[in-house]
Design a protein around this ligand. Sequence first.
Ligand SMILES: O=C(O)[C@H](O)COP(=O)(O)O
Ligand SMILES: [Mn+2]
Ligand SMILES: [Mn+2]
Length: 560
Amino acid sequence: MGSKGQNAWKLADHPKLPKGKTIAMVVLDGWGEARPDEYNCIHVADTPTMDSFKTTAPEKWRLIKAHGSAVGLPSEDDMGNSEVGHNALGAGRIFAQGAKLVDSALASGKIYGGEGFKYIKQSFDNGTLHLIGLLSDGGVHSRLDQLLLLLKGAAEQGAKRIRVHFLTDGRDVLDGSSVGFVETLEKDLSNLREKGVDAQIASGGGRMYVTMDRYENDWNVVKRGWDAQVLGEAPYKFRSAVEAVKKLREEPKANDQYLPPFVIVDESGNPVGPVKDGDAVVTFNFRADRMTMLAKALEYADFDKFDRVRVPKIYYAGMLQYDGELKLPSHYLVSPPEIERTSGEYLVHNGVRTFACSETVKFGHVTFFWNGNRSGCFNEEMEEYVEIPSDVGITFNVQPKMKALEIAEKARDAILSGKFDQIRVNLPNGDMVGHTGDIEATVVACKAADEAVKTIIDAIEQVGGIYVITADHGNAEDMVKRDKSGAPQLDKGGKLQILTSHTLKPVPIAIGGPGLKAGTRFRNDVPTGGLANVAATVMNLHGFIAPDDYEPTLIEVVDN
Ligand SMILES: O=C(O)[C@H](O)COP(=O)(O)O
Ligand SMILES: [Mn+2]
Ligand SMILES: [Mn+2]
């Protein structure tokens, strides 16, 4: 529990809305609203339940913003993502997020005066500085321009030997764009070499196959990265990283997300950058979920998830601290946003019993991100968090229904049990299958998510409850890159450019159910409402008024 006294947590009663209603809070991951054409998988799919919200009760359906400044990102060109989306949904306020905090720490130079940088600097005289992270301008987990500034800054601060271990993207950016990013990085590293810094790329691999697993779905992914980055061992060896990426895209014909791990070797065939005693390591992603596992491997003395073989004594810092509860990692270059007093914490203090569920790949979204990047429950007696194991070792276009049905059934059982006031789930399909770029599979995914929503609202119907259905950002509603006029873009070879990433689109929110008091509807005086307005809305539906500093509620109750 937080350190505030019990009274400070007490929420005022809502003057019109009753307490004690069972509320289903459903987040469809990657479900935005866009033009209805053949590349809009939600439109193409059979989604009668989601469609009915929009068409049958327009005063209980609206769109809300899910990208850019509405979720604390640096610019309106920044698409939304799960971290910032669920942070905003759960916290009810907009916090300057990692991307923005790192931008300002780099711009002001404050990053170099911080505790984290001073810590890694101890390696500069005799050791190597290793930078590990996602190489793209996607702005979801990391940004290339930030890496380049950090490289330059570290050299100015005295780093003499630098090794970069990159993960290729193709998920938050177009597939194939990795080659250009590696070329840009190589140019900057060669500038540093001209200035006398021994700076090189040391290893690489595709983010979904190497290093960037999340929520402990598959430790093999992290192990592959460890072997290449720390031990200097990988199935593929190259003299140049550009060559590595180009060749591996041809044979074994991997895409950017799934490139196999490789190491860069010198003329004698030795890896140029294994991690050794006395070196420093910085994981330069600002986003937590896909760095936490590696952070544990790098930091924990006691570690049994895979055989690390050799555990060098290093100075390790994260770009941010990734987990505030675990204090992981203990050293970091930039302080993370302090997302405190989240709606989940308020609600348990006010007697709301909560059930949260998703499958592994999104489990932390409705728990960890929802609760302000904090592991675990606030109160184990009042909360139950259930994780359904995700399939491992497949791309989700192969199983586009994922665990939607299982999640819906767990939610249904929790609703019918009468043990919970809030049942919160994330349905991953639109997002996880959307990221594969497989349009046909994404259509199947959207249908499965819609069916899951139906199961949940049927249960709400039975108990006289309320549902709130929304999404964290767009993805499945637009699967092609478009030009300014909105027309699909073709690549040089005349092929459609598939969009695997999220979008800038708004997302729907629908409220309803037999427990919704008559006269409850969306206000029309918050036209710019976004994800951060949802927490106050849900607090109202639980019978409370949100704290003053929360973004305003989206609903009002009019007397009939
Ligand atoms: O990590 C990922 O899978 C993508 O980069 C972003 O997707 P998410 O924000 O929906 O998790
Ligand atoms: Mn998401
Ligand atoms: Mn996503």
